[in-house]
Design a binder for this molecule. Structure first.
Ligand SMILES: NC(=O)C1=CN([C@@H]2O[C@H](COP(=O)(O)OP(=O)(O)OC[C@H]3O[C@@H](n4cnc5c(N)ncnc54)[C@H](O)[C@@H]3O)[C@@H](O)[C@H]2O)C=CC1
Ligand SMILES: O=C([O-])CC(=O)C(=O)O
Length: 316
């Protein structure tokens, strides 16, 4: 079988880490595209020169020409500005919509059969725009947010309980904004509901307080990194998260990953991209997995969905 091809649109902070992860894991040949001349060429040359040390055997090429993404199996889009301290992700919609418009046209023309994973913010709106412009089927255009949001939630829980991050299973729903919905009731450690463990440690009242603080930190986790970095946003963990999605597609693993996917009635949402658990395999976003929400969770989901809907309504 010919080697798989992964095109990365945007050669900035996340794009560079994506290229390195694709190479280290030998997911396929990599093309890194950016409009800045020399940037993707320089980054990929640097990565390729590590091949003899790391022992990966794939091609890693930088380009300013969309023609080079032809035949890509997967396209991951990070083109777009990151926010600065004091900004919300939604503040990026105007500038990043223009960028996404040109990117989606490039993908449509040169990689018409690709599975597209969007990372650019504001995430839910940028995925929507990318799908509208490419016209690709909804199962082939998704967004990365939930893998990262739930990883952050899992990390905070593992640190709090003094257990391995490997044994925490956490899930978040909704848009990639401050109203996202970390689902405490469906989050567990080796199958044990997380609140049981927190209550054993602290008693019921304090356990609720500790969990509320972790939920709040998860919702604001992107902003926490932005405030520390001052000149950009998180890039290692978003890259790892998108790679998990790309790998599940390329290997047809059918991993269940929180994904920004197009809903057609699931969770009571119709015709909108929003974060939900999705089976990712060779067919792209193959299936949305549903779960029962209680009244409080549904109210949080409704609030998050409304925020996405209102933002998407402003897209030209
Ligand atoms: N969904 C998520 O979980 C996350 C999303 N993000 C978002 O990802 C995006 C990228 O973040 P970084 O890589 O840190 O930003 P960055 O500024 O380091 O890189 C963005 C790159 O996009 C390129 N670019 C600009 N216009 C372009 C165009 N028309 N075509 C191709 N490339 C173009 C720039 O030259 C730059 O190299 C931001 O919008 C950020 O908010 C960041 C973290 C997490
Ligand atoms: O917060 C930001 O601007 C970047 C992002 O989406 C994240 O790290 O979750």
């Amino acid at each position: 079988m010919a080697r798989r091809k992964i095109a990365l649109i945007g050669g900035g902070q996340i794009g560079g880490v994506l290229a390195q992860l694709c190479a280290l894991r030998e997911l396929g040949d990599v093309v890194l595209f950016d409009i800045v001349e020399g940037l993707p060429q320089g980054k990929t040359l640097d990565i390729a020169e590590a091949a003899p040390v790391d022992g990966f055997d794939v091609q890693v090429k930088g380009t300013n020409s969309y023609a080079d993404i032809a035949g890509a199996d997967v396209v991951i889009v990070t083109a777009g500005l990151p926010r600065k301290p004091g900004m919300s992700r939604d503040d990026l919609i105007s500038v990043n919509s223009k960028i996404m418009t040109s990117v989606a046209e490039g993908i449509k023309q040169h990689a018409p059969n690709a599975f597209v994973i969007v990372i650019s913010n504001p995430l839910d709106a940028m995925v929507t725009l990318c799908q509208r412009i490419t016209g690709f089927p909804h199962n082939r255009v998704v967004g990365q947010a939930g893998v990262l949001d739930s990883a952050r939630f899992a990390a905070f829980i593992a640190w709090e309980l003094g257990v391995s991050v490997k044994d925490v299973s956490a899930v978040t729903l909704g848009g990639h904004g401050d109203d996202m919905v970390p689902l405490v009731r469906y989050t567990s450690v080796c199958g044990i509901p997380v609140m049981e463990l927190l209550e054993q440690k602290y008693g019921a009242a304090k356990a609720a307080e500790v969990m509320a603080a972790m939920v709040k930190r998860t919702r604001g986790a992107g902003g926490e990194v932005v405030a520390l970095l001052k000149t950009g946003s998180a890039f290692y963990s978003p890259a790892s998260s998108a790679i998990a999605m790309a790998e599940s597609f390329l290997k047809d693993s059918k991993r269940v990953l929180p994904t920004c996917a197009f809903l057609k009635g699931e969770f009571g949402v119709d015709g909108l991209y929003v974060g939900v658990p999705v089976v990712i395999g060779a067919g792209g976003a193959e299936r949305v997995l549903q779960l029962k929400l209680n009244a409080e969770e549904q109210a949080m989901m409704d609030k998050s969905v409304k925020a996405v809907k209102d933002l998407v309504a402003t897209l030209k």
